[in-house]
Ligand binder design. Sequence first.
Ligand code: UDX
Length: 500
Amino acid sequence: MPLTDMTDTTKDDTMHADTHTSGRPPRLTVVGTGYLGATHAVCMATLGYQVLGVDVDAAKVEALVDGRVPFHEPGLPQALDEALASGRLDFTTDFARAADFGDIHFLCVGTPQQPGSHAADLRFVDDAAAQLAARITRPALIVGKSTVPVGTAARLRELVRTLSPAGEGLELAWNPEFLREGFAVQDTLRPDRLVFGVASAHAEQALRQVYDPLLEEGTPLIVADLPTSELVKVAANSFLATKISYINAMAEVCEAVDADVGVLARALALDERIGGRFLRPGLGFGGGCLPKDIRAFQHRAQEIGAGEAVRFLDDVDAINARRRTRTVDMVRDLAGGELLGTRVAALGAAFKPNSDDVRDSPALDVARRLQLEGADVVVYDPEAAENAHRVHPDLPLAASLSEALDGSHVTVLLTEWEEFQAAQPEALGALVSRRRVLDARHALDGDRYLEAGWEYRTLGRPVTAGVGSPRGRSEPGPGEQEQLLPTAPAPSAQAAPLRL
Ligand code: UDX
C-alpha cells in the first residue's frame, strides 16, 4: 500500500516510529469515542501521533474537545488533558474531515447484543466503515478494533474496497483490543500482547509502524490472518468468563456440603498451571463485553456449523446467572425469609469497581430484583449512580455510604469498591438497624465484621467458617494485584467519616 506518497506536514520530533511513509508518521483517526475509542485516541496522541477522534454523538465530541471524559476511567482525564495540550489530538463528527485527515483509521465502535437475539449488532461497525470508505479517496488502512463475529473483517474488506474511490488502495486489517475498564490507559500503553490480523504485507507493515513504540518496548506480537485475529478476542473473553463461572460452579458445590470456596480457590490458585487471576468467586461477571461476547460467539459458531464446540458457553452463562439468583435468595434468608418491607442497603451498581459502567451489571440486576420482591432497596455507588438512574429511574439512590446504610436491615456488598472494603465494621454497625451483611464479592474482612457483632455471610462459604484472609478469597496470581489496587482516592480520605 503506497502510504509512502504522503507529504510531510505533521512531522513530530517526539515520534519514535520508524515510519514507512516517506519519513513522516501516519496520521490516525479513531472512530467511536467510548471506553475503547477515547482511550485509544488519547494513548495514540500520547505516543506522539496526530490523532482525530470521530463520533456521531456531538455531545461526546464537545465534551472531549473541552477536556471532559464522558465516563469514569481512572487516569484518562489527565491523559486527555496532556494530549489536548500537545496539540496532537482533536475530535470531530465530520467523517469527510476524518477521511481526508487519516492514513490509518481505527474502528472502535460498539458491537452490542441485538435485542431479542444472542447475535452481535454490527450496525455501528458497518456504518462507520461505510461512512469512511465512501469518503476515502487515497490509499489508506482501516483497522478494526471492535469485537466482532468471525468473518466480519473479510466481509468489511470487500465492502470498503467496493465503496471507496480508492478501491484496492484501501486496505482493511483487524487488531483486537483487550483493555479492561478501570485499567484502560495502562492496558493500551502496556498491553500483554498485540494481535495483527492482516490480509497483506502492506497492512502488517503499516501496523508495525504505528505500534512501533510498543513493539520497541518488547510487547509480544502475533501476526495472524483476519479470521484468527477475530477469534483471538472472543476466545480470550470466553476463556475468562469460563474461568469465573468455573469457580462459581465450585461455589455451588461448596454450598451443598458446607465447604469453603475461598479456601478451595486459594488452593487451586497456587497451582501455577491454573493461577489465581479470574478465579475470584462471587456474584459473577457482567459489563459490556464478557456476557454479550460469549453469547455472540455461540450464535456465530452455530451459523458456521461449529455450535457444538462452544455449547458449554451456555452453562458458563447459566452458572453466572444463578449467582445472581443465589445472592437474592441469601439476602432474603438474612432478612428472615421475607423481603417485603425489608430495608436493604445495596452497595454497588457498577459491574466492577473503578468503573461507572452498569451494562449487564450483576450488582444493579440484584438490586433491582430485590426491589421487585418488595424490599425497600437503597443503592449507593461511588461513580455509577447517574448511569444506574438512567437504567432504573425508580431505584432509590443514596448520595453516600452512610446514607445508604442508615436504618438498613440487611447490607449487601455487590461491587467491591475500595471505599466499602476500607470502611470500619464498627462504624457501619452504628448506622444500620440490624448488623447483617452479605458479602457477594468476597471483598470484606469477615473476621472483623464478626468481631464487630455482624452476622456475616458470603457466597460459597459455610455460615460458621472462620473467614481467614482480609479479602476472604484466593491469593492473587502473578499480576493480579494491580487489578485489586484502588485507583480511586485513598480510602482514608474517601471514607473518612466512617473510620474510627
Ligand atoms: C473484559 C476483558 O477482561 C478485557 O480483556 C476485554 O477487552 C473486555 O472485557 P472488562 O469488561 O473491563 O474486560 O472487565 P473484567 O475486568 O474482565 O471483569 C469482567 C467481570 O468479571 C466483572 O463483572 C468482574 O467483577 C467479574 N470478575 C472478574 C469476577 O467475577 N471474578 C474474577 O475473578 C474476575
